[in-house]
Design a protein around this ligand. Structure first.
Ligand SMILES: N[C@@H](Cc1c[nH]c[nH+]1)C(=O)O
Length: 389
């Protein structure tokens, strides 16, 4: 049977500039993470599906790429980095005192984005602060989210803060069946506010329903907290967000912070502050994270935690494209001249000088012209000369 020479749906080859920009973002992020005392961990690309079942199936099953191993067990291509790291923190790192600061530079695999032209392979660089509850840890994480995007070279971006307690509190005040509650969560997550309005129509008499219908408007600067307070009569989630904001603003992060009280992540392990990073003018979030205080416990160790992951390619796609280096020199070298030839390449700016594999100078000159190089450096019998083309 004829074999189609292409890659599976949702995957693609990435060449030159894309790889360079991806590497640039990864280096900027991992350098920052190390500077803040986060240590690198790496987990397998395949995990048992049961790992995600044990942690309460935090993500839709259909988004996981599955493989059956030789014994018939279901495995999944790592759909998330946080769950395996929670497993590691509760097992391999059990004896290591908390808090633990961990970072990763890994790929996650999520299917279902292909129809939107999205990729099922997502390069993520992220951090997890495990074993730290409360305000200071949340402040560290949100500030680092801002610093991470800044370190990548982005200027026009913001971090949207929300709190899962806000929605949970409102939903708890509603007299509504559990399935309707879940349907409502899905509509809010998809920012499908028209359908949410229709769905809440029969509940119009309940006071929390007015606030839920206004969720789409509870989005913007710190004034959103005032409006949310007016609508709901206040909640501990709002008080907490206000405290965080005051301290972030004092530290100079205020201009980067916005609020979205309708922020509900698709991943379901969050228990407190949640946030997303957006670049001005780009649609999808480039950073996502939040507090997850019960995930590590699902693997046997009580440890509140918070963290975030950056979508490396999404950030790279927002950076101004830079001219790739161009070859200016070819080095033509004779017998016994290999070390001098390599030294010449190494001394030139990266990507501007390369060895010629040709045996005679005419061929090297032809090759140099083809490549658009302006000159050939000839190293023979201890001598050196430059042939301009
Ligand atoms: N794992 C989450 C991000 C995150 C890291 N830590 C907490 N949340 C994601 O992929 O969206």
């Amino acid at each position: 049977m004829a074999y189609a020479i292409n890659t599976p749906e949702g995957t693609r080859d990435r060449l030159f500039a894309e790889c360079r920009e991806r590497r640039q973002v990864q280096t900027a992020l991992t350098t920052l993470f190390q500077r803040r005392s986060y240590a690198e961990v790496s987990t397998p690309e395949v995990e048992f599906y049961d790992l995600f079942l044990q942690s309460g199936n935090p993500m839709p099953q259909e988004s996981m790429l599955k493989i059956i191993d030789r014994s018939g067990k279901i495995m999944v291509m790592r759909p998330d980095c946080t769950t395996p790291i929670a497993r590691v923190a509760a097992t391999k790192l059990k004896a290591v005192p908390l808090p633990q600061r961990l970072y990763y530079d890994q790929t996650v695999f999520r299917s279902g984005q292909e129809h939107k032209g999205g990729s099922s392979e997502i390069a993520q660089c992220g951090v997890e602060l495990i074993g730290a509850a409360g305000r200071k840890a949340d402040l560290e994480m949100v500030a680092m989210a801002v610093d991470a995007l800044r370190a990548c070279g982005l200027r026009q971006f913001h971090i949207e803060l929300g709190h899962v307690g806000f929605f949970r509190d409102l939903a708890g005040r509603m007299d509504m069946p559990a399935e309707a509650m879940e349907q409502m969560r899905v509509l809010i997550e998809g920012k499908n506010f028209a359908a949410l309005g229709d769905m809440l129509e029969p509940y119009a008499g309940q006071s929390a329903s007015t606030a839920l219908r206004r969720l789409s408007r509870l989005f913007g600067g710190a004034e959103v907290l005032d409006e949310a307070e007016r609508l709901t009569g206040g909640s501990s989630a709002l008080t907490y967000l206000r405290k965080l904001y005051t301290e972030l603003a004092q530290a100079g992060y205020g201009a980067y912070i916005r609020f979205d009280m309708g922020l509900v992540h698709q991943i379901d392990y969050y228990t407190g502050v949640v946030f997303r990073g957006y670049v001005e003018g780009a649609g999808d979030a480039v950073l996502s994270g939040g507090r997850y205080d019960r995930l590590v416990e699902a693997f046997g160790r009580r440890a509140p935690a918070t963290g975030f992951a950056v979508d490396v390619d999404a950030v790279a796609g927002c950076l101004p494209s830079r001219e790739p280096p161009r070859v200016k020199f070819l080095v033509h070298f004779g017998g016994g001249e290999l070390s001098r030839a390599l030294k010449a390449v190494d001394e030139h700016a990266v990507g501007t000088c390369e060895l010629s594999p040709c045996e005679n100078l005419d061929e090297t000159e032809r090759l140099a012209r083809e490549k658009g190089a302006g000159a050939v450096l000839v190293l023979e019998k201890g001598t050196e000369r430059v042939v301009q083309l």
